[in-house]
Design a protein around this ligand. Structure first.
Ligand SMILES: Cc1cc2nc3c(=O)[nH]c(=O)nc-3n(C[C@H](O)[C@H](O)[C@H](O)COP(=O)(O)OP(=O)(O)OC[C@H]3O[C@@H](n4cnc5c(N)ncnc54)[C@H](O)[C@@H]3O)c2cc1C
Ligand code: HEM
Length: 403
């Protein structure tokens, strides 16, 4: 790429910043019109709420800004790569996306899209696509080289369905081929896809693994997304109401870069809201299963949800607490009949419990709705916690840019 072409791409940053979502919305409309087979690949719920359009726009913008040195984007390329591999995105699909993205730039910018600008963006896109699909190939290779590993979709049988609370149900998933399942790092997720007859589409969704690795099965714990002002969640409700023990679902291999650091002596603080506790539960289960108790650092478990009725895993949490690991728990219910040690009324607030939160050299793991993560991230940073010690996961396309 020439210096002039890099300048041209960088010069589009203000336009992209202003019209980025318009451009990517146009792009998705165009792509689904010409390549409707990709509707099986994308989360059509996220298309409605615009989250995916924004995530793609932000990624393209970040690339244009760093065109001189795209290596600074590697952490982002890695986390998108994990999401892409969990959806079985293949290199040849980059050409389709590229074709529609470049055509959309032309259509949205109109006369401002000079042939030179279009040429510069075409080269820039090819470079980005090569960077991303190259990294994704490494991730696929890592997945397939594991014992019990695979790439793409693999059928799993739902052997057990367990109600964890009035709105969260766990699914125990065993490979239907009778083989072993790949190990994973606690905190990672799988994609699960179901065929939705009402849309005539396959639809994938990500679910964090909520158990520790065990070689035999995966467990996911799914919250029913019931709409009052908007339609019910498509996959979560289908899983709750129609998918029964003995049924088969397709899973992709575990992926994701939100993982537990394995140094047991480091104190760990887990902060979750609602169903956001699932990846943290896998981390806690992983800790509970080790023999490294002697030198184990303190563990603080902070969880908030609406009420005891929707509080999943509370018995298991007590059981782990009684098993001799140095665990302190703080549970917050919006609606609580009483307050006692470790049980608080209202939303999660870290200030009143800061002696259990601000632990020297601790690592923090946050998962919950985006405003929940942002609020507690800000508290931690304002109280001197280094951003590299704070790890978080959003249950949807990345919208936060905190560290
Ligand atoms: C890494 C990761 C891990 C995750 N882990 C878990 C987990 O462990 N457990 C879990 O339960 N979930 C998890 N999720 C979320 C999960 O992937 C799904 O997003 C969730 O189950 C909702 O999917 P759905 O198909 O039921 O809802 P969708 O049909 O996708 O709808 C999503 C939301 O949008 C609303 N909606 C639908 N249509 C409209 C409309 N027209 N206008 C406005 N709103 C609308 C729905 O009511 C719903 O609340 C995770 C997500 C990610 C990215
Ligand atoms: C240079 C090209 C691309 C860029 C910059 C890009 C960027 C992104 C970003 C930022 C996300 C959100 C990740 C997250 O927050 O978790 C994402 C998700 C996704 N991407 Fe890409 N992507 C590219 C190419 C592709 C291609 C070729 C495909 C396949 C057709 C694809 C399919 C998807 C899907 C299905 C998702 C998940 C969508 C969802 O859950 O709503 N992407 N991509």
């Amino acid at each position: 790429m020439t210096t002039e072409q890099k300048q041209l791409v960088k010069a589009t940053v203000p336009v992209l910043r202003e019209h980025g979502v318009v451009l990517t919305s146009h792009f998705y409309k165009r792509m689904f019109l010409h390549n409707p087979e990709l509707k099986h690949v994308f989360n059509m719920g996220n298309q409605k709420n615009q989250k995916q359009q924004t995530a793609l726009a932000m990624a393209v913008l970040a690339y244009a800004e760093h065109i001189e040195d795209p290596s600074v984007l590697l952490p982002v390329v890695d986390s998108i790569g994990h999401k892409h591999t969990s959806l079985d995105i293949r290199p040849e699909q980059y050409a389709i996306v590229g074709r529609h993205l470049i055509a959309s730039i032309q259509e949205v910018l109109g006369e401002a899209a000079t042939p030179e600008l279009v040429e510069a963006w075409t080269i820039a896109y090819r470079q980005l696509a090569a960077l991303m699909s190259g990294h994704e190939q490494i991730l696929y290779d890592q997945q397939t080289q594991k014992i019990g590993g695979w790439a793409g979709w693999r059928p799993f049988i739902v052997r057990k369905k367990v109600e964890e609370s009035s709105e969260i149900t766990s699914f125990y998933l065993y490979p239907s081929d009778g083989g072993t399942v790949a190990d994973f790092m606690p905190g990672q997720y799988i994609s699960l896809r179901l065929f939705l007859p009402e849309l005539n589409l396959w639809q994938p969704r990500q679910y964090s693994l909520s158990c520790a690795p065990n070689g035999r099965y995966y467990r996911i714990s799914v919250k029913r997304e019931a709409g009052t002002t908007h339609p019910d969640g498509m996959i979560s409700n289908r899983l709750h109401d129609f998918v029964q023990e003995g049924d088969v679902v397709d899973l992709s291999a575990p992926a994701g870069s939100f993982v537990l650091q394995q140094d047991w002596s480091v104190p760990k603080v887990f902060i979750s809201g609602g169903v956001g506790q699932t990846p943290l539960m896998a981390m806690l289960e992983g800790i509970a299963g080790t023999n490294e108790r002697e030198a184990m650092g303190r563990i603080t478990w902070i969880h908030g949800c609406r009420s005891e009725a929707v509080h999943a895993f509370k018995d298991r949490l007590q059981e782990i607490g009684g098993s001799g690991i140095p665990l302190v728990t703080h549970i917050f219910y919006d609606e609580a009949a009483e307050e006692r040690e470790g049980l608080h009324k209202g939303w999660v607030e870290l200030n009143p419990i800061k002696s259990d939160v601000l632990l020297k050299e601790a690592h923090y793991y946050l998962c919950g709705p985006a405003p929940f993560i942002a609020k507690h991230y800000t508290f931690l940073v304002e109280h001197g916690v280094a951003s590299q010690c704070i790890h978080f996961e959003e249950f949807g396309p990345a919208s936060l840019h905190l560290n």
